[in-house]
Design a protein around this ligand. Structure first.
Ligand code: ZN
Length: 243
């Protein structure tokens, strides 16, 4: 089977401006995500960042992408609408989209879902326990009943999303909140997975369970078909008798 073509897109701003983030991700979060996928095998990975021309998401790049990962936080509004249009069209035609952590407020995620995607948050470095409530789903292959992250940013309900096709993970936090931390959607022919861990000041994209989930998700989200949506006039298959 051919390698799945992945593009890991990152805003890549905190890595340049916040010392703590630079220390954890000296080559950017996108390269940590890339490294995890490459170690898993079966992927051909490229990275793109917001500061590149056309945010690194030219039509050529998207045409050569099966699954797009998205991490953004403080510069969502600076993502050009025409690029969001382009990505949305490609998802509707079959490209997989995996939105991570603060990408819940990205233009592309809100565009695909149509709701505010707001949530509660708190940055206290507390523990998160992610419960795997779909142990038979491809995204949780090799994941136990639950796993924990020692220090995270809390994302809590209510998460203003449409009802997901599947809730894959539910998180519990030390502070008491819960969250639908792994959810899937289908839009057009495209598959979408939102996964909430990934705050920039914690080394979450080096975690083995997180890396397993991301590789599983990329395999699950890879397109079965890529097909343009058209609205054709059609002749009837048989003669229609008029009475
Ligand atoms: Zn965060």
């Amino acid at each position: 089977m051919a390698d799945i073509r992945v593009t890991v897109w990152n805003e890549n701003e905190h890595e340049k401006t916040i010392e703590a983030v630079k220390q954890i991700y000296p080559n950017g979060m996108h390269n940590a995500i890339r490294e995890g996928l490459e170690k898993a095998g079966g992927f051909k990975v490229r990275c793109a960042t917001q500061d590149m021309p056309e945010h690194g998401l030219t039509q050529e790049v998207l045409d050569d992408t099966d699954v797009l990962f998205w991490w953004g936080h403080c510069k969502h509004e600076e993502v050009a609408d025409e690029i969001v249009d382009r990505v949305q069209k490609r998802v509707l035609e079959g490209m997989g989209l995996i939105c991570l952590h603060s990408a819940h407020f990205s233009k592309i995620f809100r565009r695909m879902l149509g709701t505010t995607c707001s949530l509660k948050w708190r940055e206290a470095g507390e523990r998160e326990r992610l419960w795997n409530i779909e142990p038979g789903h491809p995204i949780t292959e090799g994941i136990g009943e639950y796993f924990e992250l020692p220090h995270v940013e809390m994302y809590g309900e209510r998460f203003d999303i449409p009802d997901p096709d599947k809730v894959i993970f539910i998180s519990w936090y030390q502070g008491g909140e819960v969250f639908r931390s792994g959810v899937t959607f289908e839009r057009g022919y495209g598959r979408i997975f939102y996964f909430s861990p990934g705050h920039e000041t914690f080394p979450i994209f080096y975690d083995e369970n997180i890396r397993k989930v991301l590789a599983n998700a990329a395999r699950w989200a890879a397109p079965r078909i890529i097909k343009e949506h058209v609205c054709p006039f059609v002749e009837p298959l048989e003669n229609i008798k008029k009475s």
